[in-house]
Design a protein around this ligand. Structure first.
Ligand SMILES: N[C@@H](CCC(=O)N[C@@H](CS)C(=O)NCC(=O)O)C(=O)O
Length: 269
């Protein structure tokens, strides 16, 4: 079967077309979930959730470094022009339902399947509040730090130091949490862990390998999650979508300016 990986039954590759321009029309088989994707941490969360929950899904690569998120077809799915997006073809009410924002998608999928998020009580809100730490702090602080480290013109030391400090600060918060409970939500693996793993596994890449030694509990937690079979499958699927989308070091200058609101796209004035 096309693109089917027997060790990872959830994932099918629907794309002979390397780079998605018209997302709604290239599905070759009807699978439950359409995932609009590239290889960034926000999208990795959703790959992991779909694999962990055993939901069959079709991947539609969105070439973010090639401006595909600004196409009218994609903007109909997410007016905010960002991946990830899912379309649930088997939503309640019998009509497809579209969800964007990775945190909303994780809650949607957890509620749909009854997995990785307790239905009620303190355990539910423990998981949700730790997931929100990722959404509001870990993701944005990592994102800004990487922006100033990798993409901004040199000479922004104030910004670089501010975001690096914020990344370090929130990693210490995670280290403290994992010193008292095995998972971010408490006693069980949840969407809080699924949301946080994709950034946390990059500590060595972005802060330098030695920094991993500062967060032993966090790194042990990363290793435990990385070894889960569903996560291994998810990361293999992410490698595949990376091959089908432009990587940042191959993007053209105009696409980068548009993505980052620079040059003729600067609207700060
Ligand atoms: N808060 C959003 C962030 C999504 C996001 O920033 N997606 C990036 C890739 S990681 C994107 O699609 N960027 C395209 C753009 O900004 O034009 C979420 O968690 O889903």
């Amino acid at each position: 079967m096309r693109g089917r990986n027997l060790a990872c039954p959830g994932w099918r590759d629907v794309g002979r077309n390397a780079k998605l321009q018209r997302p709604a029309i290239i599905t070759l088989e009807t699978l439950m979930i359409d995932l609009y994707a590239m290889g960034s941490p926000n999208v990795v969360k959703i790959y992991i959730a779909l694999e962990e929950m055993g939901l069959p899904y079709a991947v539609h690569p969105v070439d973010v470094f090639g401006e595909a998120q600004f196409s009218p077809e994609f903007l109909r799915l997410n007016p905010n022009a960002k991946v990830p997006v899912i379309v649930d073809r088997e939503a309640a009410g019998g009509k497809p339902y579209t969800v964007f924002e990775s945190g909303a998608i994780l809650v949607y999928l957890a509620d749909k399947t009854g997995q990785f998020l307790p239905k009620e009580g303190a355990a539910r809100y423990d998981a949700l509040q730790w997931m929100m730490v990722q959404m509001t702090t870990i993701g944005p602080m990592f994102g800004q730090y990487v922006h100033f480290m990798r993409f901004a013109p040199k000479g922004n030391d104030y910004s670089l130091n501010r975001y690096r400090t914020q990344v370090r600060r929130v990693l210490e918060v995670l280290e403290g949490r994992l010193a008292v409970v095995p998972f971010l939500g408490g006693q069980s693996y949840s969407i809080a862990d699924i949301a946080t793993f994709p950034c946390a596994r990059n500590v060595g890449t972005f802060l330098g390998k030695a920094a991993e030694g500062d967060y032993p509990k966090l790194m042990a937690w990363v290793a435990g999650i990385a070894a889960r079979p569903a996560v291994v499958c998810a990361l293999a699927a992410v490698d595949d979508v990376r091959k089908k989308t432009t990587q940042f070091d191959h993007a053209n200058a105009e696409a980068m300016d548009r993505l980052f609101g620079r040059g003729q796209h600067n609207a700060a004035a």
